[in-house]
Each structure stands twice: as C-alpha cells, then as structure tokens.
Design a protein around this ligand. Structure first.
Ligand code: ZN
Length: 348
C-alpha cells in the first residue's frame, strides 16, 4: 500500500505506470457497477467531426479558455482521461495525473426560450437525423447552431468546474483535458451535446422533410430513421453503434452456458456440432467487434491482455480501452482487420 501511495504521489511517475495504476482503479470501479467510459484518441487530432471540432473551437475561442486549454491536450491524447460520462447539464470524469483525480463540470442546460428560438431559426433547414449528427448542415444552419450567444454550445460563464487536485482553482490540466475529451466524445456520439444541454435533438428535424425522405426510402417511422442514421454513421466515422440488432448476440451465450451445465456424455458430440455450426455461420457474418466480444475472444484464446496486445501489435492500453469501453467501440480499419483475422483464426 505504501508503495502504491509513493508512486501515486511522486511527480516522477512514468506515464505508463500512472496509467497502469489508473487502469486498476477503473477495473475496481467497474466491478462495483460504475459505467466507465475512457477517452481514446487515435492519431494527433483530438476531434475530427463537425460537432467535436465545433466544441473544441468554440471553447478555444474564449479568452480565459484559450490560454488554459492547451495544457490539457497532451493529457487527453495520451489516454489520461480514464473515464468521461456526459449527462444532462453535467460531465463527470476521472483523470490520471500524479494521482487519480476526479473532475466534475456542471454546464447550464439550454434555456427554453433559447431552444425555441434556435428551433425556429433551423426550421426547414435540417432534413434528417443523419444530416444533423454528421454535421452535414448548410452554412446558414451551421452559423445558427454555432452562434456564440444563441447557439448550442455553452459559454464559459455557464460552465462550472472542479478537480480534486491541489491546483484546480485556475483550470488545471485535468479540467482542460476533460474539455478536450468532451470534443473527442462528441465525435463518437454527437447526440450527447444535446443530452448535455438538456434538449431533444430530434425536435430540430423538419417533420415534412423527414417524411419525404422516409417515403423516398420506402419506409416510415422514427426507429427506421434511427437505424438508417446509425448504419450510415458507422461508415462515416468507422464507429460501431449499438442497435437493436446487437441483442440476439446474447442468446447463444446463455444457451452455451446451459449446455455447459449439463455435463453429459453428449458434451463432446455437441461441441463438435457447435463447432461446425460456427464454421458454417462464419462466412456470412464477420466477427462483430464489441467490448464484450473482444473479452470473449481473448478469454477463448487464454491470453493475458499484454499477450493479446502483442498478438495484435497494439499497446496493452488499447486492449484495456477496447475491453472496458461501454456502448460503442471505435477501431481503425487496420486494427479492426487484425482483430477479425485473429477471431477467424480462433474459429470465432
Ligand atoms: Zn486538476
């Protein structure tokens, strides 16, 4: 314990060691039922999408923030934001520094009058959920949503922040890292900006335009539109969305467990039958990469996280991030391909 504390407080703790300590803590919190969602940045760019970039640009454009935000960039890039959760008017995060710090931000929700005005100004200009979430907006709509006074983004005075580190008063690097982390999270889940501001983004979609689009596609209804949006977003951002279709995956697991409980002589026969069933099912359905499926694959191969990481030529931290991410998982094409190749090889 003294060893942990020593490392926890020493200013000379190498980043890798800090991350390992933080990862252990996150694992513990996860076991306690907390929904831990780390921020992972691939490459140098913190945010790539319209919403992610707009978030970072907006906050960077305010004097007080412009001076202080840069110090958070390295932190967010090297994976120090071990958890970032966005809720209505609130962001909660854990940031790994010399120790593990808790960052809380409260962000005012959009006042009803402002939201009403914004909706009026967007009227007829946004035809679909997909256009909205992808940020495929006309210049006019873009200027409405990014308006410093009447847009969707909060102004610094609407943001209150707190960090458990000793020098948070003047916006420490942990808070700055979280601000950038929000931008990165909006790349994956742009709808969270609306959640944060306490408004329903679907109210911005023009009902007539959406109906026409649905008719043209030979479909109707909200859920169908959602699926269309999710499908296309996967292509655009390389992001995998959790949709209703992910649900059936749970069924075979339960069945498999049941089979395992019945320890009969038929076990071997069933096993080989299952194997061949897997083989025939393998072709049409590539290995679906989700945190749960990665955990299953690694367990199936009997590898530790670092062994698994070596097989895939990625860092152990990447494996930790993949396995512990909640909801969505974003993998670069090359990494996705090597995970799928390994899964194929292992007969998954
Ligand atoms: Zn701090």
């Amino acid at each position: 314990m003294s060893r942990y504390n020593y490392y926890g407080w020493s200013p000379y703790v190498p980043v890798a060691q800090r991350h390992a300590n933080a990862a252990r803590k996150m694992e513990k919190l996860r076991k306690q039922g907390q929904d831990i969602q780390p921020v992972t940045i691939e490459g140098r760019q913190i945010a790539r999408s319209f919403w992610g970039k707009a978030w970072c640009d907006q906050l960077d454009s305010f004097g007080d923030y412009a001076n202080r935000l840069p110090r958070g960039r390295t932190y967010v890039r090297n994976g120090s934001v071990c958890h970032l959760g966005i809720g209505k008017g609130r962001v909660d995060a854990y940031v790994s520094g010399s120790s593990l710090y808790t960052v809380t931000m409260t962000i005012g929700t959009l006042p009803a009058a402002k939201w009403k005005k914004l909706k009026r100004r967007c009227k007829g200009g946004i035809g679909s959920l997909l256009e909205l979430l992808q940020g495929r907006l006309s210049d006019e709509i873009m200027s409405v949503v990014t308006d410093r006074d009447d847009g969707l983004f909060p102004r610094p005075r609407e943001i209150k922040y707190q960090c458990s580190c000793p020098d948070y008063a003047d916006m420490c690097k942990h808070i700055a890292a979280v601000v950038h982390g929000i931008g990165a999270r909006l790349d994956e889940r742009p709808e969270l900006l609306f959640v944060l501001r306490g408004v329903d983004h679907e109210e911005l979609i023009d009902a007539d335009a959406a109906a026409t689009a649905a008719q043209a596609a030979g479909t109707s209804g909200k859920s169908r539109r959602r699926r269309l949006a999710a499908d296309s977003l996967e292509g655009v951002f390389g992001v995998e969305f959790d949709t209703a279709e992910a649900a059936p995956e749970a069924a075979p697991t339960k069945r498999a467990k049941k089979i395992a409980v019945k320890k009969t002589a038929k076990k071997t026969a069933k096993k080989s039958a299952k194997k061949s069933a897997k083989k025939s099912a393998k072709k049409p359905r590539p290995f679906r990469v989700t945190p749960a499926s990665i955990r299953k694959l690694r367990a199936g191969l009997g590898l530790t996280r670092s062994e698994f990481a070596r097989r895939l030529r990625v860092s152990a931290q990447s494996v930790v991030n993949w396995e512990t991410k909640s909801g969505t998982l974003k993998l670069h094409a090359a990494k996705l391909a090597s995970v799928q190749a390994l899964a194929r090889e292992a007969g998954f």
